[in-house]
Design a protein around this ligand. Structure first.
Ligand SMILES: [Zn+2]
Length: 652
């Protein structure tokens, strides 16, 4: 049995945590015949400026490429992508190959005198600013092991200094998860180290995806190629960064929340001017300007890839218009005084002209996708028609940093359509179609049965018409899940689509789908999502909303149960009321007419959520006291569904 401990994964849809056993799946995908993939001719591969920038200021890297956890488990391997050398093989889009070569570089780099970055030690960057007495750390990676390795490298190369402050630019785990590798709780409590984050940070870290978590986590497995081998036929990088570290993630709430644009702090002698950027890349995010260094930290608003307006793992949609306006505000406020711009992913941009051009072209890419999607929609076009037609103008498309290595123009355009119009395109045929399996069975019957479909699909596969072949064979697999020929041809088709993709997540989606068509789900991998820091910081109202999401509505039909939760340590009170197959919660007071009242400590609830102890054991130990009918309580708890990670995606 393999156990992957992906802390925070359910809550955040991103992988982190610690892989308890290094026995990761390594089976290579089946080899298939392959013709080299052509990159978009608008790209100039002779332009090596990005390679010079990605190597600029290199100081050193770690001698030992393997970053391991306390029990010796492999958390991150700096050399896992060593195969990314030379020209692109036939199994990889040359443009993505190039991006992965750039992202795979690792080490400590100087951005400008006094600002450094450790890159390639995780999916994200850790930036380091020299203050009067110590280091100001920006975005401490995903795992404490990688963050500590990054800090150790800086101390070793630049001279050891204490950490004086930590800045968390936004609420995604690749920007705060490693915090416990840098500081202890005592350092924070004693006021020795400040933690600065945007307003609303803690709630967003645990809440952004908590109710939607399991579906999102499963899809994130596809999106980041979590179960693919790292190889020219498998995962080669995510476009945004290379891999995701599998260590221990934590969360320490900020000691100072930044609330408004223009807010200025002096931290360890360094002046920092903040610009808020909410509702774009993350629900809460800020960027900041460092006047002493003439440097701007762009966080994850500007990147050396097109980012996601909708992440394929699933999340609430981001508005390209809002995003573009944040970037425009940066240009207005700081554009003329910035000599270097650095971010939480990829390498920096040097030179004022280059910085402004980069900002303008990133701004206009998001705005173009937003505006042109709406223009075409207002002409009456549907989501897929728009996504097929929309192409960036040459001035934007020819910049490598605007390419769809992470987000894609196609997917983002669909996201903007959905943001304004939803999933329905107005065509009554799409109001109430049959679900996929029923639809598939009938469609295959209309098409003359499985053999006729396979004949045509084989011929079309040979012609390279992969998109339509995938669409038809997906129906055949849903109609006849045991049809081996159909599954294998669909797997080959997904592989071809994956090899052609310029986007890392698209590649990983296709290749993960191919893998799951060929073999059983990896149900022996247990996903453990318990993370003490996240659970301790989960707001109670969200915990009860999650209970309501887990309530099995049909099973609760006709029942009315009232349950109080009385928290003996925090004084919090919650009154839960189940009726009409819905669980409503009112915080703040107990209901005197409740059937059951549970008295327990919040710390004990956290332990139950972490599965460290059971409700029953705590009752036996008299740590939980229950007033009222135990039978009713048991019935109430029995209405809660548990979610299985390994549900089918590419099969019915
Ligand atoms: Zn990030």
């Amino acid at each position: 049995m393999r156990i992957l401990f992906w802390a925070g994964l359910l809550a955040l849809g991103l992988f982190s945590g610690c892989q308890k056993n290094a026995d990761t799946p390594t089976a290579a995908p089946e080899n298939i015949e392959q013709t080299p993939v052509k990159a978009d001719p608008v790209l100039d591969f002779s332009d090596r400026a990005d390679f010079a920038a990605a190597e600029r200021g290199f100081i050193a890297t770690r001698d030992n490429g393997e970053i391991r956890g306390a029990d010796g488990e492999l958390v991150y391997d700096l050399n896992a992508y060593k195969f990314l050398e030379g020209p692109a093989p036939a199994t990889v889009n040359p443009s993505l190959w190039r991006q992965s070569q750039l992202n795979a570089k690792h080490g400590l780099y100087e951005v400008t005198d006094g600002i450094y970055q450790v890159r390639g030690f995780d999916l994200s960057n850790m930036s380091i600013i020299r203050g009067d007495t110590g280091w100001i750390i920006v975005d401490p990676l995903i795992s404490k092991e990688t963050a500590k390795a990054a800090l150790d490298l800086a101390n070793e190369q630049l001279g050891a200094r204490p950490v004086s402050a930590i800045i968390l630019t936004h609420s995604h785990i690749d920007h705060y998860g490693g915090i416990r590798g840098l500081v202890s709780t005592q350092d924070i409590e004693s006021g020795k180290v400040q933690i600065i984050a945007p307003e609303g940070f803690t709630r967003e870290t645990v809440s952004e995806n908590i109710l939607a978590g399991n579906q999102m986590a499963r899809r994130a497995g596809y999106m980041f190629g979590a179960f693919l081998p790292k190889s020219p036929e498998g995962h080669i990088g995510s476009g945004l960064g290379q891999g995701i570290s599998l260590g221990t993630s934590g969360l320490i709430p900020p000691t100072h929340s930044v609330t408004h644009t223009g807010e200025t702090l002096t931290i360890d002698g360094v002046t920092i001017v903040f610009q808020m950027a909410p509702g774009a890349e993350a629900p809460q995010e800020f960027m900041f300007y460092l006047p002493q260094f003439k440097a701007f930290c762009q966080a994850e608003e500007m990147n050396r890839t097109l980012h996601n307006l909708l992440t394929p793992r699933g999340a609430q949609i981001r508005n390209g218009l809002v995003w573009s306006k944040h970037i425009d505000q940066t240009i207005l406020m700081f554009g003329d005084k910035t000599d270097v711009s650095f971010g939480s992913h990829h390498w920096p941009t040097w030179g004022n002209d280059e910085v402004i051009e980069f900002y303008e072209k990133q701004r206009d890419t998001y705005r173009y996708i937003h505006d042109q999607t709406l223009r075409l929609a207002n002409h009456g076009m549907t989501m897929t028609e728009i996504a097929e037609q929309i192409k960036l103008p040459k001035s934007l498309a020819s910049e490598f940093y605007n390419r769809g290595y992470y987000g894609t123009v196609n997917f983002n355009s669909k996201a903007q359509y959905q943001f304004y119009y939803g999933w329905f395109d107005g065509n009554p045929a799409h109001l109430n179609p049959l679900p996929p399996r029923e639809d598939a069975i009938e469609t295959i019957r209309y098409m003359g049965g499985a053999d006729a479909v396979l004949d045509k699909a084989n011929a079309d596969y040979d012609e390279g018409n992969y998109r339509f072949v995938a669409s038809v064979l997906n129906k055949l697999v849903f109609a006849e899940p045991k049809n081996k020929q159909a599954a294998e041809l669909l797997a080959k088709t997904y592989q071809q689509l994956g090899y052609q993709a310029e986007s890392g997540p698209w590649r990983d989606f296709y290749l993960s789908g191919a893998q799951e068509l060929r073999r059983p789900l990896m149900e022996d991998i247990i996903i453990n999502t318990g993370n003490p820091d996240m659970i301790a910081n989960l707001p109670l109202d969200l915990f009860f909303d999650l209970m309501a999401v887990k309530l099995n509505g049909p099973k609760a039909e006709g029942l009315e149960i009232k349950v109080n939760f009385n928290f003996t340590d925090t004084g919090d009170k919650a009154a839960l009321h189940l009726q009409h197959s819905v669980l409503n919660t009112r915080m703040g007071a107990l209901d005197e007419t409740a059937d059951v009242t549970i008295h327990l400590a919040r710390t004990d609830l956290n332990k139950i959520m972490l599965k460290q102890v059971s409700f029953q054991t705590l009752m036996k130990q008299k740590k939980i006291k229950v007033d009222g009918s135990l039978l009713t309580l048991r019935k109430f708890m029995g209405l809660q569904d548990e979610f299985e990670y390994w549900f089918n995606i590419v099969k019915p």
